[in-house]
Design a protein around this ligand. Sequence first.
Ligand code: ZN
Length: 340
Amino acid sequence: MSEPVKVAGLTVRPGEKARSVLTIPNFWADGQSLEIPFMVLHGKKLGKTLYVQVAQHGSEIMGLDALRRLINELDPGKMSGTLIYCLPNPLAFREKSRATMFDPKPGGMNRIWPGDPEGSLTERMAHKIWTELVSHADEVVDLHTASRYCPVWVFYEADGVSEKAPSETARRSEEMARLFGAPVLYVETEAYGGRRTLRASCVDNGVPAIVPELGGHAHFDEEAVNIAYRGVKNIMKDLGIINGDAELPKRQVKLKWRADPKVYVSHCDKGGVFIPTVSLGDTVKEGDEVGFIYSPRSFETLEKVKSPQTGYVFTIRENPVVHPGERLVSVPEIIEWLEN
Ligand SMILES: [Zn+2]
């Protein structure tokens, strides 16, 4: 039997689900306060705590429906351990935008973790979430949404990128990434986002963390939502919070993320209209044609676009109208195929 848990002033008894808000008083110029909603599902038995958040980039909401399905079916009476859910960025969520005018950096909230109680509005929100919610977590899943023209993938950081992150934390983060069950694991082999992401702040503090990017064909793409639903559940199963064995796809691929897009993204030299000749998930060799540019004036082919390296066709540009120098197809290097 577990004890009651107190999360941000909310007491939750074993076997109960409860929700509340983090309040930041005098948040706005007019003196109004801010509320950040969160929920706690506290198991009857002792166990680990998983923290999950969705939409710190306010328009990236794909994970919401996965958590709606999962949290509505979970019975804390049968859980061993705790799940904490938070909708961390009410400002960007309201604006339906990735970032807001209140973010000190263009990458939005995910460039300022672990926040600052005396900083900008976004930094104050992050600090509150970090100290009141994330501080309870053994592991963290930060759900994001990517473009329509890419697969679902999971970002995590390779061992050694951070001097502070313990090897054990990096190893478990990779395990979480695999357990999430997306077709692609995308390992950051160099520092990402100035290492001020929630994920980086977590691993630097010894808390394994992943960032699933739920690519798909709409805001609620059935396949992406299903992967996220199964993925969070798999991690909860692996942590022993709920019963059962993780369900994984037969095959996953591990790709190498690089900070410099020139290394792995094909660019065009001429402007025009781009037609890809490869599909997502294809493997190509360095110098292979991945598409061509034609002129909307003459309909002549102006340029054949080549792959910058040998790798996996990971993203294809969404709008075919391109100006000189724009990015067209990304082809990260394949580290290995994982058979399950
Ligand atoms: Zn994002």
